[in-house]
Design a protein around this ligand. Sequence first.
Ligand code: MV4
Length: 452
Amino acid sequence: MGKVLIANRGEIAVRIIRACHELGLETVAVYAKSDQDAMHVKMANQAICIGGNTSTESYLNKNNVLSAAIASGCDYIHPGYGFLSENADFVSMVEDCAITFVGPKSETITAMGDKANARKMAKQAGVPIIEGSDGDIESVDQAVEWAKKIGFPVIIKAVSGGGGRGMRICHHEQDVRQAFEKTQLEASASFGDSRLYMERYISSPRHIEIQVIADQQGHVVSLFERDCSLQRRHQKMVEEATSPKLSEITRKKLNAAAIKLTKNINYVNAGTLEFLVDDKENFYFIEMNTRIQVEHPVTEMITGVDLVKEQLLVAMGKPLSFKQLDLKVNGHAIECRILAENPKLDFRPSPGLIKNLSLPGGFGVRVDTHLYVGYQIPPYFDSMIAKLIVHGKTREEAIKKMQIALKEFAIEGIETNIEYLYVLMHNKNFIAGKYDTSFFERFRYLLTGEKA
Ligand code: MV4
């Protein structure tokens, strides 16, 4: 027995509460005032209000979250994704209170949160990285030197960045001179760390990530890849497992590289290694996410592994319930992120009252959501309101199921991207698996019928 505080909201809090209850663990929800009617609050055994309306006042307030865990006598804190999930200071505070964080050690989060250091770790493990600066860059002149050494175009990135913020592409020396200090200021404001590093810029790569999980006994397994190339402004919209166009040899190499690095850093719990893959299938490690990710269900569908349950078991000190050789890829899975946004108004957020809801279903169809009829979506948080995940024997079957499921999905009261996703699922390039991270720059025009 044990008690878990879920330091999150929305669909992932619901997902985690279910896994806890399946394992016989008690649950404590925390919530912002604006979330008092939220699904996770209703589902948990206990719920504690931790502050005002906004994220900063609630889910990001380290002391309040930790106090709630202590006051309710929790043994574990599951952070979900976002919020405090990769905050090494918070995890260190949790460790000091002798509460078990469901995730890696705080030192691991610190080590991987420094993207220049993560590159160094990868290099040490023999995992390919993009040609770039060794560590951070100390001055504009040094940046220009590196750019000349690497060769243009280059990309300047924040050491504490990730997920696409605080980056700049430079084609010429004068771009570097113009961008460097601006990017430093942005990085300082966004991440409280002005340090920058540089890489050769790869145009139109595929974004492929490998899911790993490791137990406290030192076992590391790879749960294969997800293709997350379909992103709009660094916001993923569709993810699939496995990648539609990746040779078996590259797939094997990616898995081996991910396992190597995960072992080398003594990683524990679930993690994801992000790679960029170019048109010749050269692959390069870019960063590691030390949390459960939004898109984890596609991996669950093709492997049959409940990743959140395994996270909890690993945190309890249990060895993984399976070995690498027990795993094989079964069929194909696709996830569409359902957003409370209006694609016709440049994806403007559309919070409001859910007046009616009709969820899709059927064999191989899964919906992870916190929605219910009568629920008022608060305007303070991320606009993702559901994840629609389908599993088929083949990619073709999965696409067909997704098309049907999107047609069935009806939400009244707010605007969503469901129709947009429906059009996307009929796009011939998507169906052919011909897409990379630059897809939406062209797809932008498809809904309105304008030419690219
Ligand atoms: C890159 C790149 C090209 N070359 N790095 C964006 C998110 C961040 N995690 C890394 N990103 C990129 N890094 C080099 N050296 C292109 C991107 C990028 C991208 C990466 C993954 C998915 C979507 C993307 C969209 C634009 C740019």
